[in-house]
Every structure is written in C-alpha cells, then in structure tokens.
Design a protein around this ligand. Structure first.
Ligand SMILES: Cc1cc2nc3c(=O)[nH]c(=O)nc-3n(C[C@H](O)[C@H](O)[C@H](O)COP(=O)(O)OP(=O)(O)OC[C@H]3O[C@@H](n4cnc5c(N)ncnc54)[C@H](O)[C@@H]3O)c2cc1C
Ligand SMILES: NC(=O)c1ccc[n+]([C@@H]2O[C@H](COP(=O)([O-])OP(=O)(O)OC[C@H]3O[C@@H](n4cnc5c(N)ncnc54)[C@H](O)[C@@H]3O)[C@@H](O)[C@H]2O)c1
Ligand code: SF4
Ligand code: FES
Length: 806
C-alpha cells in the first residue's frame, strides 16, 4: 500500500477517463486510481459507434485506451463492474461483483441512459436503444436475419442509426414526432434539405407521427401510431433523447435536478465527491456531446491536481451529423428570435445553405448545409464574442473553396483555442505537432494529436492549420497511410525495414525505426509482433504483451468477464465420444451456455478464468483459435459420401485443410469452407478461402466475406486434385501472410492487390514453390497454446490465476 490519496472513478466512459488522462499529465503520482466501468471494455469512443454500425470501423478500432494503458499508468480497472453502493461515512464504493474499494476522492461519471418511450409492447424482442457496443453488435447481428428496421426519433442519433441500417442492407423508416427532422439543431430550410438528401440515400420518413403501440407476439412485427396507421418492423430502435444517469447519485443523497448538480469546479453537494460528463448538471445544463465534457474534465483535473484554474462557465456547443454524403453543421443559438438578425446564403443549384445569426453585433449561432468548412471558424467567433460590426457580411461567410490552402479561418484563432472539440485538441497543440513531428497531412495530424478522429467536423480547420504552418510546403495531397500515430511509416515500410535491417524484436524495431512513443500503442505493438513472427518464424519468440487480451489468454473474454472455450472440430465433424467428453466437461465446470457456432463447432460460454486450463486438460482437444488472427474454421457440407448432388469429398477435404493450416497466424482471421458441389451449402463463396467441388476437380475462391461488408470471393484457380487444393491454398495463404497489412481481412487485401495479381503469383509454379517452402517452415514450429499453458505452472499462475494445491 502506498500513502497516496485514493481516487475512485465510477464510469469508464469518455468524460471520466478524459479527466483521468488530463490529471495524469498534471500530477502523475498524486493518486492511487481505481476505475469502475459497468461495460466490459476499456474506455472507448462512443461517438465512433456510428462508424462501426455503418461498417467503416471495427469495435477494436474505437478503443481509446487499451487494458495495457491502465496497467502502465498503475490504474486498477474493474471493467464489467457496476457500482451499486457508496458508503459516504466509511468512504467506500462496492460493485455488483462484491469488490469494495476505499476512496479519499470520488468522481461520478455515470453518463446517461437512453430514454425509452413507455409504449405498450416495448418489452418485446427486437425493441432496443442505441448507446453501447453491445447495442451496436445486437443491431449488426439483427441485420443478418431481419430486413426492416424502424428508428423512432429523427435526431442526430436516430439518423446515424438509420444510415447504419441502410449500410447493413436493411430497409429503414425514421419516425419523427414533428414535421422537421433534427429540429433541435436545424432551421426549417436546412432540415428539409437534409430530409431530401437522406431520402435520396434510401431513408423513408414518417413525420408528425406519435407512436402508440408496438405490435407483435414475442418479437416485434410493427409499430402503430396514434392516428391509427401502422408500419412493419423487425427491429425498433428508440433514439428519442437521453436522461442523466443519476440512480447512484440519488442513492448517495447527492443533490440532483435532474442531473447531478455541480458548481463551477464540478463539486457536488457532498465535499470530496465530483461529477463530470453527461450525468452532471451545471448551471442548469446537462450536456449530451463530448466537447463540453472534455472542457469540464480539464477543469476537474486541475482541481484534483491542485493546479489553479479558471472556473468552468459552461460551453457553447455545436454538432455535425456523421452521415456520409451529407454535410450538416449546427452551432450556438441558430433560431431567429427577437433582437437577432441573420445572414443567409441559399444556393439551390449547389445544394448549399448557410445561415449566421447575429445579435448585438456578435455571432451567436450558425447552421450550415452542403458546405460546412466554415463551421469551426464560426464557432470560434461565437465563443470569443468577436465584434462583427465592421466586417463585410461576405467576410463572415467566406467561400471556403476560395480559401483552401491560405490558412483560412485558422489565422485569427488564439493558440489555446480548441480546434477539435470532440477530442479537446487546441490550435497550439496541432501547430507544435506539425512543426516538431514534421507532419504534412491531416491524416498524420489525426494520428499524432487525435484531432479529427471522431466526427471529422474539424478537418477543414486542421487543413487550414497545416497550410498556415507549412506555407507553400503544404500540398493537401493525402499522405501514405501509416501504421498508427507512433510512426510515420506504412505497414509495407515497416515490413521492408525489418527484412532489410534484420530486426528481430519489437523494442529493436521501435528503437531503430524511431518510434515516437516509448511503449507503442494497441495498433502498432500487435502488428510488429505479427510481422516479426511472420518474417522470422524459427527464431522469433512471441511477445505476449503485444497481443490483445483474447490472444494472450487463448480464449475470448465475454462481457461479464468470463471466457468462452471453443475446441477445434476438424471440418465440423465430430464423434459420439468427443461429444460425450464435451458434455461431461460442460457439466463438471458448470458451463452456463453451450452453443453451436456458425463455424460448425461447439462454444462453451461463461467459463471462469481460473477454470480455463483445467478444462482444456480435461477436454484434451486442440484450441480452435476462435479468438485469434489465425486460421479459424473450415466449414464443410456432407458432400459425396451422403449427398446425392455431391461430386467431391467435402468433409475429407475440409478436415485435410484444417489439419494442415491450424495454428497458423495470419494478418486477420481466416475462415474457410468446402462444398461438395456448386450448390454451395457450406457458403464457400463468402469465405476467405472457399473450395467448391466441380466436375473434374475443385474451384478455389479468394477474398470472400460474410460480415458487415459482404463480398463474394473471386475465382483464384481451378485444380484437379485434392493435393493441388492444399498446394494452392499454401501459396495463397503465405502470400497473404507476407503482403497483408496486419488487421486487413483477405476481402480487403484482394481488393487492394487485385485478384489478377494474386492469381498470377499463385499460378506461377516457381513462386508457388517458394511460398510453399516458407509456409512449411512457419507451420513446422506452431504449438498448441492450450497444451503449452497446461504444461506450465508459471503460465497457469501468472495468466490464469491458478492457485496450485500443495
Ligand atoms: C452512437 C452515438 C454517437 C454519438 N456521436 C456523437 C458525436 O458525433 N459528437 C458528440 O459530441 N457526441 C456524440 N455522442 C454523444 C457522446 O458519445 C456522449 O456525450 C459521451 O460519450 C458521454 O460521455 P460520458 O462519459 O459522460 O458518459 P458515457 O459515455 O455514457 O459513460 C458512462 C459510463 O459509465 C458507466 N456507468 C454508469 N453507471 C455506472 C455504475 N454505477 N458503475 C460503473 N459504471 C457505470 C456506463 O456503463 C458507461 O460506460 C454520441 C453518442 C452515441 C450513442
Ligand atoms: N453527431 C452527433 O453529434 C451525435 C450523434 C449521435 C448522438 N449524439 C448525442 O447523443 C444523444 C442522444 O441523441 P438523440 O438523437 O437520441 O437525442 P436528441 O434529444 O438530440 O434527439 C431526439 C429526437 O427525437 C425526437 N423525438 C422525441 N420524442 C419522440 C417520439 N415520441 N417520436 C418520434 N420522435 C421523437 C425529438 O423531436 C428529437 O428530435 C444526444 O445528446 C446527441 O447530441 C450526437
Ligand atoms: S453443396 Fe452440394 S454436395 Fe454439399 S450438401 Fe450441398 S448439395 Fe450436397
Ligand atoms: S471536432 Fe469532431 S473530430 Fe474534431
């Protein structure tokens, strides 16, 4: 135990962790910090859920802090723990999993709850909110089975959800209570322009509709309105606003109205207890956007660090809708009122509308549609109360295109002005990074400072700052895509450097290639570990600390902190004795859920960490690698042995493939399938490698994907024998291993390199031979990780908390 003061944070979201990050910069050693988060993840960027839903990002991409970050900063994280009690006399907090921790200072950052309209039928399956990773995953899952979504609420969240559903291939109705969508952010003209643009994308709007009842038996089938009309629905998402989450605060006896009442230093009604973020009510306002939450966090961090700071006096907010193909910006007080005058530009030919509201010679609000480049500059003028009485009206609404490259609106901003509200990045921070790190593109600024990584609304201003700082040297051309912000090199550059310079371990790569960070990050560390293992399969020792938690544990961590165990079942074929063994193990370890997976095997869900190794020993089956960037499954149909259409032994072929390639690490997960005829019952067309028996041989399909972005595989080769199927698969997989970027699925890789090129490589006999020789070496050194763990007391103790009985 140390003598440091104990700081406990309840709520592992953007506001709370943002405060801690700020505090660590100011006073890294002042507190022993413990964080409780009800969601079973490290802190993530909730804003980016809309991109995950739309299929533009993966869940792993939106984590803001990895588990390693908590460890490195000596923060105890209880993820998946909801705090259910706070004893203000004893100064302790207790979680629903029974963990009690003392505090000297306590921060509540419990966020908001989505408002659910209490409609009759709202408890039916398929009725949900949209707030968390779990919600997002449920929506993606539902889109695979259902066709029609209804979103209630035509605000920011509802429209982003609706766009996501369109991307997922669903039809979508947006039900809105008044006759203009986003009425809290847009005036009538902009709202109607937005509606038209979204209708053109495929959204259907049901305006001035009051929902009355959700129809269906167990699962929703439709929505009925007060006017008696109905619409069909397989899924209903309510996006009708949020309410501060104050359940715990009320239990403690903190003053709430309706959020937790805080003063200008984020202090609540009980000394030593603070509130920050959406749960806090400051001067009568509870915010629902991140920029004000970061501003609050900065003030609270200074308070906790003992650094003098100006009080938090409230924020002027702005929003940008994150729907591709439409540019909408709204900030400040944008409605016409008594005493206000507005400048309006409406170009119906180009679909551009701009309105700036002025009161007492100061800009107080703006709405922009079609061209939002002026947004951040106007916000800066609103915040600083710039007197515009002497300014030409045209100078207030500049033609952003004419300004590109000239430093635009950035020139008149002060250094501490916030450019990226979503991530709290100032002009000064961006300009120093550009100068000190030699950045030349908006992409590099994003990677290095975080500016523009969320809603993207500040990107034009970031470009202005590049132009201002670099002058003529700024071309605006997109820079190459770097691995992450820690290094200015692409995946290809790093792989080439490892090969050319004979680098052999992670730290050496970082030192030699000039990493900007000491420890790297969750993007580059696992990538380096993969590349080093791929290039030096014999000599490289896997760096476990560079792996994501699932790969480190060789089991998938679940939302409640338990794990799932999936043993390998070659080709999806099993035996009665294997099934009996699995059943016995499931009973012995009281596995709560036993589930068949899409990859034709059995998932034992809800296993305790301490039971994992003993369970693997009892199962005595190989790991199915259901957690890894590796060969996952080979799905098969029954094929010629039993099916009257079958022309090939699909089960035998699948088993042979799985036995040959199991345990092979790849840039991203690889799923395979073998079908006994072109009817394709094993879905070979949407696998990373799909094999189909045809008259006289086999067809191999490459780069298919059945996930969010469905892609049909391209024909890679037609071969005659089963031995050739293995041979071509060896060459294909090794080429993918050598040229795929870490994290890149074969569907993206095939699209990037082009199937013609890959076909050429794989069909060239000499190259095929070389690739096969290299994969042979890689496969010769793989070991079953479960067996390794069972055999090592140290691994059992350190990774799985197994206490050895003496
Ligand atoms: C899909 C979506 C898109 C969005 N897009 C934007 C955008 O583009 N721009 C923007 O500015 N804002 C956007 N927002 C809003 C923004 O995400 C929120 O304002 C912000 O995340 C709120 O942060 P917070 O930390 O206050 O609350 P939260 O993010 O809700 O975090 C609170 C955390 O506390 C946990 N918690 C609650 N009670 C307990 C307890 N008793 N014990 C332990 N843990 C507890 C919760 O599980 C939660 O994880 C979006 C929101 C959504 C849902
Ligand atoms: N791009 C962004 O900035 C962004 C994106 C998503 C979410 N968010 C934030 O997340 C929070 C939640 O977003 P939200 O859109 O749910 O909240 P919101 O309060 O901004 O909008 C809710 C909308 O639902 C409508 N509504 C209310 N009751 C209704 C009913 N019975 N039937 C039909 N429509 C009804 C309202 O008129 C309103 O337009 C907000 O704080 C929002 O700012 C921001
Ligand atoms: S793919 Fe052809 S062989 Fe296999 S089960 Fe279907 S119909 Fe039968
Ligand atoms: S303002 Fe949203 S990403 Fe910068």
């Amino acid at each position: 135990m140390t003598n440091k003061e104990k700081l406990v944070l309840i709520g592992n979201g953007m506001a709370g962790v943002g405060t801690i990050e700020h505090l660590l910069k100011l006073a890294p050693n002042k507190y022993d910090i413990t964080i409780f988060g009800a969601e079973p993840y490290p802190n993530y960027n909730r804003i980016l859920l809309s991109y995950v839903l739309a299929g533009d990002s993966q869940v792993e991409d939106i984590f803001l802090n990895t588990y390693e970050w908590y460890e490195q900063n000596h923060i105890t994280l209880h993820a998946g723990h909801k705090v259910t009690a706070v004893d203000t006399a004893a100064k302790t907090v207790t979680s629903d999993k029974g963990v009690t921790v003392p505090y000297d200072k306590l921060i509540l950052a419990t966020g908001s709850n989505p408002f659910m309209i209490p409609l009759s039928g709202a408890d039916k399956d398929g009725v949900m909110a949209y707030r968390t990773i779990a919600d997002c995953e449920r929506m993606i899952e539902a889109s695979k089975r259902y066709k029609k979504a209804v979103v209630i609420g035509g605000g920011l969240l509802g429209l982003e959800a609706a766009r996501g559903f369109l991307n997922l291939g669903m039809k979508v109705d947006v039900v809105h209570i008044v006759d203009t969508i986003m009425e809290r952010q847009l005036d009538r003209t902009a709202s109607k322009m937005l509606q038209e643009a979204l209708e053109a994308q495929g959204m259907n709007f049901l305006l001035e509709k009051q929902s009355a009842e959700i129809l269906g038996d167990k699962r929703v089938t439709g929505l009925k309105f007060k006017d008696g009309t109905k619409t069909d629905a397989d899924l209903i998402v309510m996006a009708v606003g949020i309410r501060p989450n104050v359940a715990l605060a009320q239990q403690i006896g903190l003053e709430t109205n309706p959020g937790i009442v805080v003063n200008d230093y984020l202090e609540t009604s009980i000394p030593g207890i603070y509130a920050v973020g959406e749960c806090a009510m400051h001067r009568g306002v509870a915010y629902g956007l991140v920029a004000p939450l970061y501003e609050q966090g900065a003030v609270l961090a200074k308070k906790l660090a003992g650094v003098e700071s100006a009080p938090y006096e409230g924020s002027v907010v702005y929003t940008k809708l994150k729907v591709s193909g439409v540019d909408v910006f709204s900030g400040g007080q944008f409605q016409d009122q008594e005493g206000t005058k507005a400048i309006r530009v409406h170009d119906e030919f180009s679909g551009i509308y701009k309105k700036v509201v002025i009161k007492d010679n100061k800009i107080i609000g703006a709405v922009l549609f079609g061209d939002t480049a002026d947004g951040t500059r106007l916000m800066q003028m609103i915040r600083s109360g710039t007197d515009v009485s002497g300014m030409e009206k045209t100078a207030i609404l500049r033609d952003s295109a004419a300004e590109a490259g000239a430093g635009g609106g950035a020139t008149d901003m002060s250094d501490d002005a916030i450019v990226c509200g979503c991530n709290g990045v100032s002009k000064g921070a961006i300009c120093s990074a550009i100068k000190e790190q030699g950045l030349t593109s908006a992409e590099e600024v994003k990677n290095c400072t975080g500016a523009s990584r969320s809603c993207g609304g500040c990107k034009p201003l970031v470009k202005d700052l590049l132009a201002l700082t670099l002058g003529d040297a700024f071309t605006g051309a997109p820079a190459k895509e770097t691995i992450c912000g820690c290094i200015d090199l692409s995946h290809g550059d790093v792989v080439a450097a490892i090969r050319e310079q004979g680098l052999t371990h992670v730290r050496e790569v970082m030192n030699v290639l000039g990493w900007k960070t000491d420890e790297g990050c969750s993007k580059c560390r696992p990538a380096l570990n993969y590349y080093l293992g791929m290039i030096n399969p014999i000599s490289y020792r896997d760096d476990r600390t560079s792996r994501f938690v699932n790969e480190r544990m060789h089991a998938n961590i679940q939302k409640d902190g338990t794990y799932s165990v999936v043993p390998r079942m070659y080709g999806g074929v099993t035996t009665p004795s294997e099934l009996k063994k699995i059943a016995e193990v499931a009973e012995k370890y009281q596995v709560p859920t036993v589930k068949l997976t899409g990859g034709q095997r059995i998932d034992l869900l809800g296993v305790k960490k301490e039971d994992l190794t003993a369970m693997w020993a009892d199962l005595d089956m190989p790991s199915g690698y259901a957690y890894g960037k590796a060969i996952r499954t080979v799905k098969t149909c029954v094929g010629e042995d039993y099916c009257r259409f079958g022309t090939g032994d699909s089960m035998g072929m699948g088993i042979a493939l799985e036995k040959r390639f199991e345990r092979l690490n790849t840039p991203a997960k690889v799923k395979m399938a073998v079908s006994g005829c072109p009817r394709n019952c094993a879905e070979s067309g949407i696998k990373d490698l799909g094999v189909v028996s045809v008259d006289g041989g086999w067809e191999l399909y490459a780069g298919g994907n059945g996930g969010v972005k469905v892609r049909a595989g391209d024909l890679l080769a037609t071969v005659k024998t089963e031995a050739e199927v293995i041979e071509y698969t060896e060459a294909y997989l090794q080429y993918y291993r050598e040229t795929g970027n870490y994290g890149e699925r074969t569907s993206e890789w095939v699209s990037r390199l082009g199937i013609e090129h890959i076909r050429e490589v794989v069909q060239d006999e000499a190259r095929r031979k070389e690739l096969r020789e290299r994969i042979d070496v890689a496969l010769s050194v793989t070991k079953d990780p479960w067996k390794e763990a069972i055999a090592s007391d140290a691994i059992k103790r350190d990774l799985y908390d197994v206490v050895e009985a003496n």
